[in-house]
Design a protein around this ligand. Structure first.
Ligand SMILES: *Cc1c(COP(=O)(O)O)cnc(C)c1O
Length: 487
């Protein structure tokens, strides 16, 4: 009896002293604002000391430590050893830098702790607002529907899944892929992101059902070769159903000929999916938008607000031309998700009807704040600035005899290498030493078997001085590594 009463004592995790928490909270906020404001003074990245890494393999904590102690550990053991993508000299892979506005919005979202799986709540209207904006931005019809997801890896997977259900019919949700007796075939260029391959694996279609379309000298999908592959598959009795084009390939930023792929997909009745993770948001710039002609004809589109949209991680987005296709793929009539026309259970259909997730965070809020507080004008200007920096870097590379440009620069990605003996080993080593220098972070990639130094300029903080440091350090390292070793 006593035990039962004791168990009924309040057990809230809220602080006992709100004033103290408030003070600590303000310190944490100030620390992060300081971090962003002075990020240029930090190394982009630094190796993690063993002791720091080791501090995070301790057993499950039974007893509490104070918030200020936990914060201290964050400041000393986590923050200094982050990946560095907020830094202006970070140009590796394709990573956005985030903004203070996005950070503050994320704090509000966490405070509200909204679950955006469904129900009649204003946070869902914020997400629907983003959907309207994306419809407008990409010229999609009123039937279109969007959904926040973790990133474009998931958005591309959803593209394959919706196209699969569209091709096989809703009955395939019961029978499974094999049960429909059709052998579906998908197409993507050799330059497509690896997540398309993963999507084929996860969807149960298998990578055997994915054809690799060659690219031309500009790194763009060869549409004539695509047509030939489709014809050969049809002749073999297979069912072509899906083509993924890239609006900015991950390796070089090349843009597939979207309008031509759209024409072919229409003629052949294929689902036309666009992977716009890297480049789609370049349409925010009126100067860049014409390069993406044809994107408005996509049946589905994957994009990442957390890359060129400058929204903090994670904020991927999946836009479908016909929202009904999405419902056909994902809506389920579970009793515990019963809908009403009034009360909190109204507002159907819900996001959980449009994708695999039930519980979902409020990714829309940081995206809404970013668009509201910067407008398409500022966001588009950042896109232009990144492209201008890429052209600047390209010009410098072409003007430097020790360096070699390794791919055309269509957008914001520059691939180059230092000339020398064993160039693959040399350039891999240059990239590693650049990372270790903390001065600039490009990534290494491979083009036609050649290791390249790849700079993807995505961050609104990046300036010409960062490009200069990248080049100067690359040249110094290249020279040092190529010099004959003293006996
Ligand atoms: C980044 C990227 C992806 C993967 O997106 P995530 O958001 O990292 O999951 C897919 N395709 C391209 C072209 C990309 O640049």
């Amino acid at each position: 009896m006593h035990a039962t009463l004791a168990a009924l004592e309040p057990c809230s995790l809220d602080p006992q002293d709100w004033a103290e928490l408030r003070q600590q909270g303000h310190r944490m906020l100030d620390d992060m604002l300081d971090y962003i404001a002075h990020i240029r003074q930090r190394p982009v990245w630094q190796p993690i000391p063993d002791a720091v890494r080791g501090a995070f393999s301790e057993p499950l904590p039974q007893h509490a430590i104070s918030l200020s102690d936990a914060h201290h550990r964050f400041m000393t053991q986590v923050l200094p050893y982050a990946g560095g993508n907020a830094h202006p000299a970070f140009m590796g892979w394709v990573q956005g830098g985030g903004t203070p506005v996005g950070m503050l919005a994320e704090m509000l979202a966490a405070g509200l702790n909204a679950n955006l799986g469904g129900r009649d709540q204003m946070p869902l209207e914020v997400e629907r607002q983003i959907g309207l904006w994306m419809r407008e931005l990409f010229g999609f019809p009123a039937s279109a529907n969007g959904l926040f997801v973790t990133g474009s890896s998931t958005a591309n997977l959803l593209g394959v899944l919706v196209a699969r259900t569209h091709a096989l019919g809703v009955a395939s949700r019961t029978s499974g892929v094999a049960g429909q007796g059709a052998q579906l075939v998908a197409y993507a260029a050799s330059s497509a992101h690896s997540c398309i391959t993963k999507a084929m694996e996860i969807s149960g279609l298998g990578t055997q059902a994915l054809r690799t379309v060659p690219v031309d000298a500009l790194g763009q999908m060869d549409v004539a070769a695509l047509a030939a592959l489709i014809a050969a598959d049809r002749a073999a009795g297979l069912q072509p159903f899906f083509v993924a084009a890239s609006a900015g390939t991950v390796n070089t930023g090349a843009i597939d000929p979207l309008a031509q792929v759209a024409d072919l997909a229409e003629r052949e009745q294929l689902w036309f999916h666009v992977d716009g993770a890297l480049g789609a948001l370049a349409v925010l710039s009126p100067a860049q938008a014409p390069k993406f002609k044809g994107i408005e004809r996509a049946d589905s589109l994957a994009l990442d607000f957390h890359k060129w949209g400058q929204v903090p991680y994670d904020a991927g987005y999946f836009l479908v031309r016909n929202g009904a296709d999405q419902l056909d793929t994902f809506a389920t009539p579970a009793a515990y998700l019963a809908r009403h026309t009034r009360g909190l259970a109204a507002g159907s259909p819900w996001p959980c009807d449009f994708g695999p997730d039930l519980s979902r965070g409020f990714r829309a809020l940081k995206t809404w704040f970013t668009f509201m507080c910067h407008g398409t004008e500022q966001l588009g200007a950042v896109v232009d600035h990144c492209c201008a920096l890429a052209q600047h870097l390209k010009t410098l590379v072409l003007a430097t005899p020790e360096l070699e440009l390794m791919a055309p620069v269509a957008l914001n990605v520059v691939c180059f290498r230092y000339r020398g003996e064993h160039p693959n080993d040399l350039n891999n080593e240059i990239v590693v030493r650049l990372h270790e220098s903390g001065l600039a972070v490009p990534s290494a990639s491979t083009i036609d078997g050649h290791v390249v130094i790849r700079a993807a300029i995505v961050n609104h903080r990046t300036q010409a001085q960062d490009i200069a440091v990248l080049l100067a350090t690359t040249l110094a390292l290249g020279w040092q590594l190529s010099a004959p070793t003293p006996q």
